[in-house]
Design a binder for this molecule. Structure first.
Ligand code: 13P
Length: 262
């Protein structure tokens, strides 16, 4: 994957036809053209993917899903194939979000199989990893992150290249308490070096996003960290003022990085 900066909105189980349109309209009013330095991906609730494809057509905003099956087709009642998502206009899918691990009992192995099915369908998996407060407090953060990452990369090959990783500490999701920039940098650096053990070139290009109570007021300090390539945003993605302010904060940093690399 070309090294780039990413802002992904995870709308979770929010929205409806009218609210989705109002939100996309609100984003477009505040941001008539996207920056070429920051890619924007919106992940609406599944039933609205087709509506959203129409809303974002021609805007440069890309679409993702919040989950997909680890199978491509078959007798799996209630599941959604990543191939179907691809056909509906999705380019991305969030895999292994902690809310799915907590409430749907998703395991590390299932996450790896889902990531592989996504790649096989032409989607970019956004692979989420993160520790609980209890795991952090007992000094097991790296053990947990390493295990989750290894589980995913045990199924996929770095040669696929189109992969994004998101560090989302569970204690920071929806709590209003984001990880400090220092914690984010330390864990992103750990994740990148863990991936580098498999493929150093791939690891250097791998986008690693931070997620967990990111908002306009704390985004810049997190995005300033060298191993942070963007954000995965929950509640602030539902507010166009907040989401656009986060986007602009990332854009300033992404442009500086692009100049530095030129
Ligand atoms: P919040 O931004 O609401 O904490 O959610 C983060 C998240 O879970 C994104 O996937």
């Amino acid at each position: 994957m070309k090294k780039a900066h990413w802002l992904v909105g995870n709308w979770k189980m929010h929205g409806n036809l009218a609210a989705n349109k109002a939100l996309v309209d609100g984003l477009r009013q505040r941001l008539p053209t996207l920056s070429d330095a920051v890619q924007m991906v919106l992940c609406p609730a599944l039933p609205y993917v087709a509506q959203m494809e129409g809303l974002v057509a021609g805007t440069g905003i890309m679409l993702g899903a919040q989950n997909a099956s680890d199978h491509l087709k078959g007798a799996y009642t209630g599941e959604t194939s990543p191939m179907m998502l691809k056909e509906l206009g999705c380019g991305f899918v969030i895999i292994g979000h902690s809310e799915r691990r907590s409430y749907q009992g998703e395991t590390d192995g299932l996450m790896g199989r889902k990531a592989l099915a996504a790649i096989d369908s032409g989607l970019v998996p956004i692979i989420c990893v993160g520790e609980t407060a209890e795991e952090r407090d007992s000094g097991r953060t790296h053990e947990v992150l390493g295990r989750q990452l290894d589980a995913a990369f045990g199924y996929i090959r770095t040669a696929h290249d189109n992969i994004i990783v998101a560090y989302e500490p569970r204690w920071a999701i929806g709590t209003g308490i984001a990880a400090t920039p220092e914690i984010v940098q330390a864990e992103h650096s750990f994740l990148r070096s863990r991936v580098a053990q498999r493929d150093a070139d791939f690891a250097a290009r791998l986008p690693i996003l931070y997620g967990g109570s990111l908002k306009a007021s704390n985004a810049k300090s997190v995005f300033d960290m060298p191993d942070v390539d963007g954000g995965l945003i929950g509640s602030a993605a539902l507010n166009p003022d907040e989401f656009v302010a986060i986007y602009k904060a990332l854009d300033i940093i992404a442009r500086k990085a692009a100049k530095g690399n030129a």
